[in-house]
Design a protein around this ligand. Structure first.
Ligand code: ASP
Length: 294
């Protein structure tokens, strides 16, 4: 068995790439971000801190369908979902249908660290975040913007257009963590929650694997994708790549599409998708950084 690398990291900016669009700014952003994440891990940051920070930066960039890049739901306001999981401690935290938080992933981490709950939703989550002093969006009208290259009119034409951001990491101590954050699908009804904030559907981490999903959330919930990958490895002895491919095949069979980023305790990474593309970047210590869209 080969020796595990010192650290490894993967990011995604969501499935749902549109043909013909110029994704050069997104590629440049992902490249800069993965370099920053690699520096954190090299310096000894935990996998958990690293995936939280990567996801926060993806959220506040406004370039993806998460955080600042989210668009309003059918009722005209933005509702956001996020979750984070620490594989070493088997602890998770999530928020769903929250409004006007600068960083939903910071809120998910706060639920993980400072509450006895795993998931807080709606008004109660908003109240928890206020009491925790998390930064709020002061002026929603000027804060939110659609992700790069997406016009509001196009978005409303395609109710299936969606996006998410996420990160998975293995740190120098061999600990695994994952984080996922989303604005959901364009035109979603108020109160709609997808897979992203659900531990086991959109996000999972244990001592063997960490997963962050993107795609049509309803199908990812019905296939319990993130935990299905972990279970295929733990109980079925599948490799990381096979487990990811077969879990995604379940999504396809249900009529959905999307992708996952996943990392195992050997520092191996899988980034499969069955959508048109998935904005993604990865690095394994000592190897070249990979950035790709299609
Ligand atoms: N999974 C997200 C959701 O359904 C959307 C996406 O990843 O594109 O909310």
């Amino acid at each position: 068995m080969s020796q595990r690398p010192e650290y490894a990291l993967a990011l995604h900016g969501g499935a749902g790439v549109r043909p013909g669009r110029d994704y050069a700014p997104v590629e440049a952003h992902l490249r800069g971000l993965i370099a920053a994440g690699e520096a954190m891990l090299k310096d000894g940051a935990s996998a958990l801190d690293t995936v939280e920070e990567m996801t926060r930066q993806l959220e506040v960039s406004g370039m993806y369908v998460a955080g600042r890049g989210a668009s309003p739901n059918a009722a005209g306001y933005v509702e956001l979902d996020a979750s984070i999981m620490d594989g070493a401690r088997r602890k998770g935290g999530g928020v769903a249908a929250v409004r006007d938080l600068v960083s939903p992933i910071n809120a998910a981490r706060t639920v993980l660290e400072a509450s006895a709950c795993v998931l807080l939703v709606g008004q109660g989550a908003d109240e928890f975040c206020k009491q925790a002093g998390l930064a709020r969006v002061e002026d929603p009208a000027s804060w939110y913007r659609l992700p790069v290259g997406v016009q509001a009119c196009e978005a409303s034409q395609s109710e299936l257009y969606h996006g998410t951001v996420g990160a998975v990491a293995m740190d120098r101590g061999g600990r695994l963590a994952s984080a996922t954050s989303t604005g959901g699908v364009f035109g979603k009804p108020a109160g709609r929650v997808g897979d992203t904030p659900l531990i086991g559907s959109g996000t999972w981490a244990d001592d063997q694997v960490a997963v962050s999903c993107t795609g049509l959330g309803e199908m990812f919930i019905l296939a319990a994708v993130a935990h299905d990958i972990a279970a295929r490895m733990r109980y079925g002895g599948q490799t990381l790549a096979t487990a990811c491919d077969e879990a995604l095949a379940q999504v396809k069979a249900l009529g959905g599409d999307g992708g996952v980023i996943a990392i195992n305790a050997r520092g191996e990474i899988a980034l499969p998708f069955n959508s048109g593309g998935m904005k993604r970047a990865s690095v394994i210590a000592g190897q070249a950084t990979q950035v790709a869209i299609t």
